[in-house]
Design a protein around this ligand. Structure first.
Ligand SMILES: Cc1cc2nc3c(=O)[nH]c(=O)nc-3n(C[C@H](O)[C@H](O)[C@H](O)COP(=O)(O)OP(=O)(O)OC[C@H]3O[C@@H](n4cnc5c(N)ncnc54)[C@H](O)[C@@H]3O)c2cc1C
Ligand code: SF4
Length: 373
């Protein structure tokens, strides 16, 4: 961090104090980070998954079918690791590692329940289908009318301005249809229907006066906006869009939050790696010393605790070395404080006198030719 030294950070409290914490960086977390930072709150975002950088990490975005080792199919091994994903289209070679491993986070399935999770920066905002429709009062009043569960405490008019707000930023395309069950919004121009769709629409609407066939409304840009390009209709969105042409945390809300300069992201797994690593080394040393270890809940707990102890001792040891270094070695102290306080540095290392200014060489004077008479 700015102003830090390897040895002592006197600003650590102010540098690590936040007004808001956002947990998770999916669609919800991205919006929360954008809104909070734009209102001036210093915000920290905690994400359990891996870093996933916009554009750079969309490694399969421009690949053709023949570029994939298994021609787009997934292996039996991958199906075993992600059995819920393997049930449907999510099982594609191009995006298999975008999904959380089901075996690492199992759940009890009493009825069929596809819980597709994505633990990475951006969460499911990379993989979602981008279909973006407003709810109407048919939806908000359905519970009350059917006398089922709890009535919604809000109605369409309460959320309408927020739909406007979100659509304007996210970029949703669609046609205005004036349908009570599907309110219109702040749309970008709709995508064009192909000739088959046009013929289908014509036939249906001619035959059934109360039916409408409309173009889908999606969070794909049909016009470029600042920092994001127009959709090229490549139908490869789930791999991540190099043009930033569909709405995702990584392409939209996170860059807006970063632009404020007051958001910090911590990938908590990154913090666990040194602890786990040191713990693992401790166990390996214990094993090589002849102690019997098997991988069960107790030994794993011991591993993590051992990791914490070793990391703590290391940090404590470093602090013990650094403080006496500053107190007892005056030369080092001067260097240390001078590196922090520019005014002190000016006193200790006065700026060298400026080099003497050399007179400019005289300009060559060209003789003016005599005018012809
Ligand atoms: C294939 C697919 C297609 C979809 N299509 C549509 C669609 O067309 N239209 C639509 O409206 N919706 C669609 N959805 C649903 C939509 O994507 C989700 O509702 C939305 O993305 C949820 O956003 P979220 O931020 O709540 O969760 P997520 O996007 O899942 O984000 C959660 C984030 O939190 C992180 N996290 C979880 N636990 C922790 C923890 N303990 N500590 C730190 N971080 C944590 C995760 O790693 C993840 O990054 C689709 C979903 C899928 C999977
Ligand atoms: S948003 Fe458009 S350009 Fe981007 S990946 Fe999807 S189809 Fe391609």
């Amino acid at each position: 961090m700015p102003g830090d030294s390897l040895l002592l950070n006197t600003k650590s409290v102010s540098q690590n104090t936040y007004d808001a914490i956002v947990i998770g960086s999916g669609i919800s977390g991205g919006w929360a980070a954008k809104e909070l930072t734009e209102k001036g709150l210093r915000t920290i975002m905690l994400e359990r998954g891996r870093n996933f950088e916009h554009i750079k990490d969309y490694k399969t975005a421009n690949k053709d079918p023949w570029d994939f080792e298994h021609r787009g199919k997934v292996t039996e091994e991958q199906k075993k690791e992600r059995p819920y994903i393997a049930r449907a289209w999510g099982a594609q070679e191009a995006v298999m590692d975008y999904w959380a491993k089901d075996v690492d986070c199992p759940y009890t399935e009493i009825k069929p329940f596809n819980w597709w999770r994505s633990y990475q920066l951006g969460g499911r905002s990379i993989l979602w289908g981008r279909q973006s429709y407003r709810w109407s009062d048919y939806d908000f009043e359905a519970n009350a009318k059917d006398n089922w569960a709890i009535d919604w405490p809000i109605r369409y008019k309460d959320v309408e301005p927020w739909y406007d707000y979100v659509e304007r930023f996210a970029g949703v395309n669609g046609s205005k249809e004036n349908l009570p069950q599907l309110p219109d919004g702040q749309f970008l121009p709709p995508m064009e229907m192909n000739c088959v769709e046009k013929a289908f629409k014509e036939k249906i609407e001619k035959r059934f006066s109360d039916r409408k066939v409309i173009m889908q409304r999606t969070a794909n840009l049909t016009q470029p906006v600042k920092g994001r390009g127009q959709c090229q209709a490549r139908d490869l969105c789930h791999r991540g869009c190099p043009y930033g042409a569909y709405f995702s945390t990584n392409a939209s809300t996170l860059p807006a939050a970063f632009a404020t300069g007051i958001v910090t992201i911590i990938l908590i797994l990154v913090l666990l790696i040194p602890v786990g690593g040191v713990g693992l080394v401790s166990v390996l040393i214990a094993k090589s010393a002849g102690m019997a270890f098997s991988w069960n809940v107790f030994t794993i707990t011991a591993l993590v605790v051992a990791g914490f102890v070793v990391v703590f001792v290391l940090f404590y040891g470093i602090s013990l070395i650094s403080v006496p270094a500053i107190v007892f070695f005056p030369a080092y102290s001067i260097y240390f404080f001078a590196s922090r306080y520019p005014k002190l540095a000016e006193l200790i290392y006065p700026a060298p006198p400026p080099p003497p200014i050399e007179p400019a060489p005289p300009l060559p004077i060209k003789p003016v030719p005599e005018p012809a008479v």
